[in-house]
Design a protein around this ligand. Structure first.
Ligand SMILES: Nc1ncnc2c1ncn2[C@@H]1O[C@H](COP(=O)(O)OP(=O)(O)O)[C@@H](O)[C@H]1O
Ligand SMILES: [Mg+2]
Length: 249
């Protein structure tokens, strides 16, 4: 995952609208993530965070707007591409609720993350790198994924995404269903991964306090629209909307 990485990865979403049938969920969303940045998309349940991530991954087709990814310095229009093509370009999603295969082992789950053609050649190196990053997964490599704790499963979901040698990592609510101490550890691990592999990260969260610990910048999404853009963690912490919705102040 580390070799051959060059600067020039990012995501530019402009005027994005999307929904399900006649239900409109995202309304004219514009946001960007620059190279090696961690940008958080903050929003409580049902505000459209997952829908936005699914649009980037080609799993939900937007009704308007553009999504352009820059991968190793080359721009790619993502609209109309299949999920497989998007993963192949170098974008990976760690989905909400992890979506592991509980009856497969840890290692089998990891190997399933390596279907990107260019990642197949790097399977051994990526697996080593995964085990180095998550020693717990090495200890548990033959254990069934479904028998692992929530925190371990989140590590596995992150590890599986790394197996596709991504440049851009989308992480959808990593804190969901985890005890507070594990949320904190998971967030720290994401920071470590980002630094180690120079990843460009877009993370959706409703756990404001945890997310903002590792955020370079962030957006607050309310009813499918960007309600506030914070240029740094301080701006997020001090915003009225955030204080009202997340901090109870
Ligand atoms: N597959 C779907 N079909 C219809 N409505 C959906 C579907 N997925 C999500 N929604 C609706 O879209 C809205 C946004 O959902 P979602 O993007 O999952 O929000 P979040 O991730 O912020 O909780 C919600 O009102 C939800 O009920
Ligand atoms: Mg969601």
């Amino acid at each position: 995952m580390v070799n051959g990485r060059s600067a020039g990865n990012g995501l530019a979403i402009t005027g994005l609208s999307a929904g399900y049938g006649s239900v409109r969920v995202l309304e004219d969303i514009s946001l960007g993530v620059s190279h090696a940045e961690t940008v958080v998309l903050l929003g409580t349940n049902g505000n459209g965070k997952s829908t936005l991530m699914k649009c980037v991954m080609g799993m939900v087709r937007p009704s308007a707007g553009s999504i352009v990814a820059e991968i190793d310095g080359t721009s790619h229009d993502l609209i109309g591409r299949s999920t497989e093509e998007i993963v192949d370009l170098g974008i990976a999603l760690v989905p909400e609720g992890r979506r592991l295969f509980p009856k497969l082992t840890v290692e089998e789950n990891l190997l399933l993350g390596a279907f990107r053609p260019s990642a197949r050649g790097a399977i051994t190196a990526n697996l080593d790198s995964c085990y180095e990053t998550f020693p717990r997964l090495l200890e548990r490599r033959r254990q069934l994924a479904g028998s692992m704790s929530g925190g371990e499963q989140q590590m596995l979901a992150l590890g599986r995404a790394l197996m596709s040698s991504p440049r851009i990592l989308l992480i959808d609510e990593p804190s969901v269903g985890l005890a507070p101490i594990l949320v904190s550890r998971t967030i720290e691990k994401i920071k470590e991964l980002k630094d180690r592999f120079e990843l460009t990260v877009l993370m959706a969260e409703q756990n404001f306090n945890q997310a903002v610990r590792i955020a370079d910048r962030g957006y607050v999404i309310v009813h499918g629209q960007i309600a506030f853009e914070g240029r740094d963690a301080d701006e997020l912490n001090n915003n009225e909307l955030v204080r009202k919705f997340y901090l109870g102040l």
